[in-house]
Design a protein around this ligand. Structure first.
Ligand code: DON
Length: 580
């Protein structure tokens, strides 16, 4: 499925550059679809702010990047105002009222298909409510204007890229059980070819209702009725009440620090912020230079921090509204990090034991991230998902959008914890109205009160380590945004107890040295698709779009002349081949 990610995507950075007198400021949208990033950049060019651009980009991604862009899923939006205030918007899916902790158990045994591949795997979608809540708090352009470009893209269509054609062809067999999905994403079963136009008229009509009525156009009326009708026809759990009761939540973001930088991160039900801060706190006392990048000593320390943070993730984290005692303050404290770091042997690999909590669940396969900075240096870091690529693959007839399979992020079976990857701990068991634990990790850093970095990535549990590694690459190893995004990545998640590294990410010497320390290593596939913006000393924006997505492209927009220049151009400050 990961090939889908790479095949479909166009990592895009769109820079919006405005120079007024002595002041030099840029705005930028970085997302995995060139078309969607242009939509967001157009909002900046119209005078919108980072939330306006992020909302418009997210709706456009729901059309152009169906593997993960969505209105049928959920996610997290982190907003940092240039004045330092910040809000975290939680629009994670909620379990329907009929959910139970044992809902994925059939005849006494865990049923993976129920968990991830059925109408029971669909959580109540959160994206529309979440985008609307963030817009209501911070947006400046009319709501309708932010949704309208997506309506047009769905109605009039857009040209299918090589990557999207390949991705749709690969997913088609999984869609066979759902005729409305096959109808929407193929010509009566024949896959789209690159260069053809993909029109999604049902999606256009749903988006039009959302543009006109706001969340009511999704959670009530025709959209809700169509969705529930399909649920009822197939034994699904979501009811009209579930939809009506869905609410996004504004939460206080986590705040920490790393080497004097302010770190703003996502609180539970994301595990991302807690684990990230725990790792950063443990690593803060390392003294690294550029030469240490990729060394066995540096990788070993990072891996041991990952091991501890992922153990704590499995032990403690879940929906805070159902787990009021999650020790977030303790886990993210410098004092706790000190005790954890003291347990690291610099010469020997640690050991992970399921009895310490439990191992993490399956690897998820699709999600997407976008980073936005506007001319005033307000920032949005937004990660949202359908869980796996194309989610449940279910399109309820007449709705035009894919439903998530996010219920698969709840623990599978109470008490069943083993090193095959199942978790049975209580904090993340399914329950009515509960939000499933996530690894999504939108993150924003500031330096001396001024925006410094916006980062995030897809990749299931690898997300947290990808985000960590982009931060270390910039802050510790002195890389520019593109270099940081390009740098090889590795992942350890406590259990299975092994380091998985991207091809070429670790040198043979480093691999040998880590092996001698007692680490188990495995070469894996590409890890994550990070979208990064760094604010340079002079206020210029340095963008990193992830070339792990081969269709990567970038477009510069001249704000003063209101003109986008689609011609390839090398970025001034980075070694990127992403054009800006
Ligand atoms: O919320 C989560 O952590 C997962 N559902 C995210 C899945 C994901 O990132 C897959 N991406 N490649």
């Amino acid at each position: 499925m990961r090939t889908l990610t790479r095949a479909i995507a166009a990592a895009v950075a769109i820079a919006l550059c405005a120079c007024a007198g002595a002041e030099r400021r840029s705005g930028m949208v970085v997302s995995t679809s060139a078309i969607a990033s242009r939509v967001g950049a157009d909002m900046l060019a119209r005078g919108g702010n980072a939330v306006d651009a992020a909302v418009a980009t997210a709706f456009a991604l729901a059309v152009t990047h169906p593997v993960a862009g969505n209105i049928g899923g959920g996610g997290f939006l982190l907003w940092r105002n240039a004045d330092g205030s910040a809000d975290a918007y939680d629009f994670r899916e909620m379990a329907p009222a009929a959910a139970t902790p044992t809902m994925f158990v059939k005849d006494g045994a865990y049923d993976a298909a129920l968990h991830h591949d059925s109408y029971h795997s669909v959580g109540v979608p959160g994206t529309v409510a979440g985008l609307h809540l963030a817009w209501r708090d911070h947006g400046t352009l009319p709501w309708r204007d932010l949704v309208e470009p997506a309506v047009k893209l769905a109605r009039d269509g857009f040209i299918v890229s090589d990557g999207l054609a390949q991705s749709l062809a690969e997913i088609l067999p999984r869609m066979q059980a759902y005729p409305a999905s096959v109808a929407q994403f193929s010509h009566e079963g024949r896959p789209y070819a690159a260069g053809e136009t993909l029109r999604q008229p049902d999606l256009a009509r749903t988006l039009e209702r959302i543009a006109r009525e706001g969340p009511a156009g999704f959670y009530e009326g025709l959209t809700a009725e169509l969705l529930v009708r399909d649920m009822q026809a197939h034994g699904g759990l979501i009811t009209l009440d579930d939809l009506r009761n869905y609410h996004a939540v504004k939460r206080a973001p986590l705040r920490g620090s790393y080497r004097g930088l302010e770190v703003v991160a996502m609180p539970p039900p994301s595990s991302g912020g807690v684990a990230l801060l725990e790792m950063l706190n443990m690593l803060e006392h390392e003294r690294w230079t550029r030469a240490d990048f990729g060394s066995a000593a540096a990788v070993h320390m990072q891996v041991e921090c990952m091991r501890r943070a992922f153990r704590d993730r499995a032990r403690h984290l879940g929906d805070p509204d159902f787990n009021p005692d999650i020790p977030v303050a303790r886990l993210t404290s410098k004092e706790y990090a000190r005790t954890q770091a003291q347990s690291i042997d610099r010469t020997r690999a640690g050991r992970s034991a399921p009895a310490d909590a439990t191992s993490a669940a399956h690897e998820s396969e699709q999600t997407t991230h976008l980073s936005v900075v506007d001319g005033a240096l307000n920032a949005v870091s937004l990660t949202y998902t359908l869980e796996q690529g194309y989610g449940s693959c279910i399109v309820a007839p007449g709705t035009g959008f894919l439903l998530n399979n996010e219920m698969g992020d709840f623990n599978a079976q109470p008490g069943r914890t083993d090193d095959t990857g199942l978790i049975g701990t209580k904090p993340n068991l399914a329950a009515p109205g509960k939000r499933m634990l996530s690894s999504m990790c939108p993150t924003i850093l500031a330096k001396d009160g001024t925006l410094f970095m916006v980062t995030g990535s897809p990749g299931g549990r690898t997300i947290i380590n990808t985000v960590l590694e982009t931060i270390l690459a910039v802050v510790d190893f002195g890389m520019g945004a593109q270099e940081a995004v390009d740098a090889g990545r590795f992942h350890h998640q406590w259990l299975p107890d092994r380091i998985v590294y991207e091809p070429g990410a670790l040198s043979p010497e480093t691999i040998a040295a880590l092996g001698a320390m007692g680490h188990t290593l495995k070469e894996g596939r590409n890890q994550g698709v990070a979208e990064v913006i760094v604010v340079l000393h002079d206020g210029e924006l340095d963008g990193g779009c992830d070339r792990r997505e081969p269709d990567g492209a970038a477009v510069r927009v001249d704000a003063l002349r209101g003109r986008r220049d689609p011609s390839p151009r090398r970025r001034r400050r980075s070694s990127s081949n992403c054009t800006m």
